[in-house]
Design a protein around this ligand. Structure first.
Ligand code: NAD
Length: 356
């Protein structure tokens, strides 16, 4: 299984380390360094088998290559997975020891891979990793890092929704537009606040009923039960929870004009982008609209931007999407294909893409 996965992967390097004390598989996927060191978060989670973890890191690191290229950061694509038997308690000595050993692995790559927060890892974990390697982004601001990228991601998605609404309806004015936000965590909750401020009519859905209720009370939003979010009528559906929301099975049930949200890997399979196009639904490619997080990390920590520059670059996510929509229309292709083409052109211009 391991051999097949690696042989069929188009990336540059995969590092596999088994951490004896905790029986954790530490996997680092360096998919592409064409545009710079491979940068992407460290995911800390459990998997049914080590091969599932490997499959995830290979897929996620490739997605980061496209995201970094589309966002025009000075980074290539990478990702890491710590496949643990069970998730160690935040702040515990066991977690700290695991992260320090992982930091040594990152350090041994001498900067080929630069890590950052991802699922189940945050600022505090990056601080611990930072004790053992300088190849880490997203430490707390107090430690000299850029901090949690969730707010920047939400701001970027907000601009992406404005641009998508402009393309779909002829005006980016959100007043009275109905937007359903699915998933009200670090990104989704902040996005709801931006939308509400802009005059949109916001609906919220989360598997955590308490979270949905509290946010609805705060904003005067409408709660939609989590299992009804896909079929609920709205102008914009903003997936901000899990991936694979848009599939052959769900597309016929969608009753929105636009899909524009933060979740990674929103499409079940690439062909779903064509199905959305056939259904007349405008899709904001996930790796373009949710790039605020990597822009935040690269902009503040690597490029030394001030807040005004950051605000402009997050706003530019909307411009990038308008370009993508224009290419898609002109060429008669899906928006996902247009975004891929744009990212690939950046890779080609920087020295060539070696993948298929
Ligand atoms: P989070 O864990 O803080 O929040 C996720 C929320 O979704 C939680 O409230 C959870 O209860 C809810 N949820 C889970 N499954 C659901 C379902 N089936 N229906 C409705 N709600 C559900 O995550 P986040 O940091 O806000 O990220 C959201 C998405 O955006 C993820 O897919 C993540 O990979 C992606 N993303 C996040 C960032 C970032 O900067 N945080 C950057 C890029 C992409």
């Amino acid at each position: 299984m391991f051999e097949e996965l690696i042989a069929s992967w188009d990336g540059e390097q995969v590092v596999i380390h088994h951490d004896e004390p905790t029986s954790t598989w530490m996997l680092i996927g360096v998919h592409s360094t064409v545009l710079g060191p491979a940068m992407g978060g460290t995911r800390l989670t459990t998997y049914p088998t080590p091969a599932d973890a490997l499959e995830d890191v290979l897929r996620l690191s490739a997605a980061m290559t496209w995201k970094q290229a589309a966002a025009d950061t000075p980074y290539g694509g990478g990702k890491a997975v710590l496949a643990v038997p069970e998730i160690p308690v935040p702040g515990s000595p066991e977690r700290r020891a695991l992260l320090r050993r992982y930091a040594s692995l990152v350090e041994s790559l001498h900067g080929t891979y630069v890590t950052a927060p991802d699922m189940n890892t945050g600022e505090a974990d990056m601080d611990v990793i930072g004790e053992g390697t300088s190849y880490v982004l997203g430490r707390p601001v107090a430690s000299g890092g850029a901090g949690d990228p969730g707010a920047a991601t939400a701001r970027g998605v907000f601009h992406g929704i404005e641009a998508s609404v402009k393309h779909a309806f002829g005006s980016g004015d959100l007043t009275g537009r109905t937007v359903l936000v699915q998933g009200l965590g670090s990104v989704g909750a902040r996005l709801c606040r931006h939308l509400e401020e802009a005059g949109a009519s916001v609906s919220v859905a989360d598997v955590n009923d308490g979270r949905a209720g509290a946010l609805a009370d705060e904003l005067g939003a409408t709660v939609v039960p989590a299992d009804e979010a896909i079929g609920a009528p709205c102008d914009v559906l903003a997936p901000c929870a899990t991936g694979k929301v848009v599939t052959e099975a769900t597309i016929p049930r969608l009753r929105c004009r636009v899909i524009a949200g933060a979740a990674n890997n929103q499409l079940g399979v690439p062909e779903d982008a064509d199905r959305l196009r056939d259904a007349g639904i405008l899709y904001a490619p996930d790796f373009v609209i949710n790039a605020g997080g990597v822009i935040h990390l690269a902009g503040y920590e690597t490029l030394g931007w001030d807040e005004a520059t950051m605000a402009k670059r997050l706003e530019a996510i909307g411009d990038t999407l308008l370009d993508v929509y224009e290419v898609a229309e002109r060429e008669g292709i899906s928006t996902a294909a247009a975004a891929d083409r744009m990212a690939r052109a950046r890779l080609d211009a920087a020295g060539g893409w070696t993948g298929p």
